[in-house]
Design a protein around this ligand. Structure first.
Ligand code: ADP
Length: 172
């Protein structure tokens, strides 16, 4: 009985007693997944400055063992995302990788898909799947000196984050 109520199959009401909640295994799993927030599972973002070179971005990708880097401008605000393939593309026919700035190779704002610490991790995973990208920057919105909206990068959600969470949920 305790297990059935704990898992959500049965619910209890005064004067009614126990009754079947009508929830299926799938809907219970969905409920649990949807309670997890991006802020609970986010990892540390790897950030570079847009004026650094493509060469430096390649070195950072190897050293940090990530597939993409978040690019910020001199004020520390999100400027873009540069992926492995973006870097490979910019290397084609270009010998001077230390002369090309990262912001020439990246996908730039406002075309960056983002998430926030308060967003559900399911919603973040849906974006990764729908937009066919490897990761999302976790951002906090701030106002710049011109009262325009900018984003600070506070984390990262990647396909690896989602896979690890999926495995973890299977153990519970
Ligand atoms: P790869 O290019 O190595 O396969 P992705 O699938 O993440 O890695 O990237 C595909 C394209 O989408 C790249 O051009 C990259 O700049 C862009 N991209 C990656 N992440 C995002 C994001 N969060 N928002 C918008 N564009 C992105």
């Amino acid at each position: 009985m305790a297990i059935l109520t704990m898992t959500g199959y049965l619910e209890a009401r005064p004067r009614v007693g126990y009754y079947y909640s009508g929830k299926t295994v799938n809907s219970l799993l969905a409920d649990r997944v949807k309670q997890i927030k991006v802020g609970d599972v986010k990892s540390v973002p790897v950030v570079v400055n847009g004026s650094q070179s493509v060469y430096e971005a390649v070195v950072t990708i190897f050293l940090e063992d990530v597939g993409s880097l978040f690019v910020i401008n001199d004020k520390g605000y999100l400027e873009g995302v540069v992926s492995r393939k973006d870097l490979l593309k910019s290397m084609l026919g270009n010998a001077n990788l230390d002369k090309i700035p990262i912001n020439m190779a990246m996908t730039r704002m406002p075309n960056i898909h983002i998430t926030t610490e308060n967003e559900g991790v399911w919603e973040a995973a849906r974006k990764i799947s729908e937009f066919e990208i490897d990761s999302l920057p976790v951002v906090r919105a701030v106002e710049n000196e011109n009262e325009a909206k900018e984003y600070q990068v506070v984390g990262r959600i990647s396909k690896t984050t989602i896979t690890k969470l999926f495995v973890e949920l299977g153990y519970r």
